[in-house]
Design a protein around this ligand. Structure first.
Ligand SMILES: Nc1nc2c(ncn2[C@@H]2O[C@H](COP(=O)(O)OP(=O)(O)OP(=O)(O)O)[C@@H](O)[C@H]2O)c(=O)[nH]1
Ligand SMILES: [Zn+2]
Length: 338
């Protein structure tokens, strides 16, 4: 059995790999540093060089230099809009199948934040699961959490008593990312799912002395007993949603369903007659808070998308300018005047 089998290798990746050069090896990124990364290969974990990759990526490496050769097209990606004035996005994890959103019982419940994380999770293309953590040291209103995450499995867990870990596992599939605020218990939950401390050493590629032994903490850890692969992410201070109206629609599927029943197809749910969304608020079936957050995330998403488009346009423009400049130079050299 290849180490890659423990890291989610399936026919899809083999097929993608076969399309590429024979002089490369298939690998999955388990940890990223600046300009360097650890990747698992057929012969264990090796240290590689290359940029713009992210934990969870499937890549090909030059078989001699172990330099990054290609990144296989991502099946899914957890992407957040970066804080600040750029329109850059940050990829927190690639090729993730399940996204576990952690909500701690020992801190005040922030439903708006829960909805934000669930939107981010849907936006990845993976399936969100909500894990209430630390249920031994506090309690949260599960009814309200369920209402804030329609269609999402919710499991209450404790890493101290191990309660709920098995039923959470039943909802997990493939590569599992843990996302949530700092201190919400992601790493502790990860260790509970692993059922023990993470492996600290990987195999080496001593034969040619190229790879080096790694004992560093890895971000992508296999659970051989269940076939799952865990991806821990750092706690996030801000989660900007971007680029996916569909993600907002999935996270607020209850509102989308109501909206389909409004009298007018383009109902803005402001004051229109026959508005099913406002009727649900009136009847106490939908909170003003949730409706407000839905609007906010839609606006934020539209804004991030337009900024992204503006950047794409200005890049195109720069490209054209570059081309016409070099054309002018060429004409000048050829003695033609334009
Ligand atoms: N009582 C109790 N404490 C827990 C449980 N899970 C985590 N904790 C505690 O909560 C604190 C934060 O847990 P972490 O697992 O480090 O949280 P995290 O989300 O990984 O935090 P970041 O790495 O900062 O993003 C630690 O002090 C843990 O011991 C639990 O199930 N029960
Ligand atoms: Zn309406």
């Amino acid at each position: 059995m290849s180490p890659l089998d423990h890291y989610g290798l399936d026919q899809h990746w083999l097929t993608e790999f076969e399309k590429l050069s024979q002089k490369t090896i298939l690998a999955r990124v388990v940890r990223v540093d600046r300009g360097e990364f650890d990747a698992v290969t057929d012969s264990g974990i090796v240290r590689c060089t290359g940029n713009n990759i992210c934990t969870g990526d499937w890549v090909t490496l030059d078989e001699h230099s172990l330099r990054l050769s290609a990144i296989l097209p991502r099946r899914t990606a957890i992407e957040r809009a970066s804080a600040g004035s750029t329109s850059e996005t940050q990829v927190l994890g690639a090729n993730v199948d399940t996204v576990v959103v952690t909500v701690a019982s020992d801190t005040a419940l922030d439903l708006g934040r829960v909805e934000r994380y669930i939107t981010l999770a849907w936006g990845s293309g993976g399936v969100p699961v909500l894990a209430i953590t630390k249920n031994d040291s506090g309690s949260v209103d599960e009814e309200r959490i369920l209402a804030a995450a329609p269609g999402v499995a919710v499991c209450s867990t404790s890493a101290v008593s191990n309660g709920g870990i098995d039923s959470l596992t039943e909802h997990l599939r493939g590569t599992v990312a843990l996302i949530g605020p700092s201190g919400s218990g992601k790493s502790t939950l990860g260790n509970a799912l692993l059922g023990g401390p993470a492996f600290t050493t990987g195999a080496t590629r001593d034969a040619d002395g190229k790879g080096r032994h790694t004992t560093v903490h890895r971000e992508l850890v296999p659970i051989p007993s269940s076939g799952l692969v865990l991806l821990d992410t750092p706690g996030l201070r801000s989660v900007g949603v971007q680029g996916s109206e569909d993600a907002v629609a999935s996270a607020f599927s209850d509102i989308e369903e109501l909206a389909a029943q409004c009298r007018f197809g383009d109902c803005a749910h402001e004051r229109e007659p026959g508005c099913a969304v406002l009727a649900a608020v009136e009847a106490g079936e939908l909170t003003e808070r949730r409706l407000g957050n839905y609007r906010k995330l839609l606006r934020e998403n539209a804004w991030a998308t337009s900024r992204h488009d503006a950047r794409a346009r200005s890049e195109k423009l720069r490209e054209y300018k570059q081309i016409s400049k070099s054309l002018r130079r060429k004409y000048a050299a050829d003695g033609k005047v334009r």
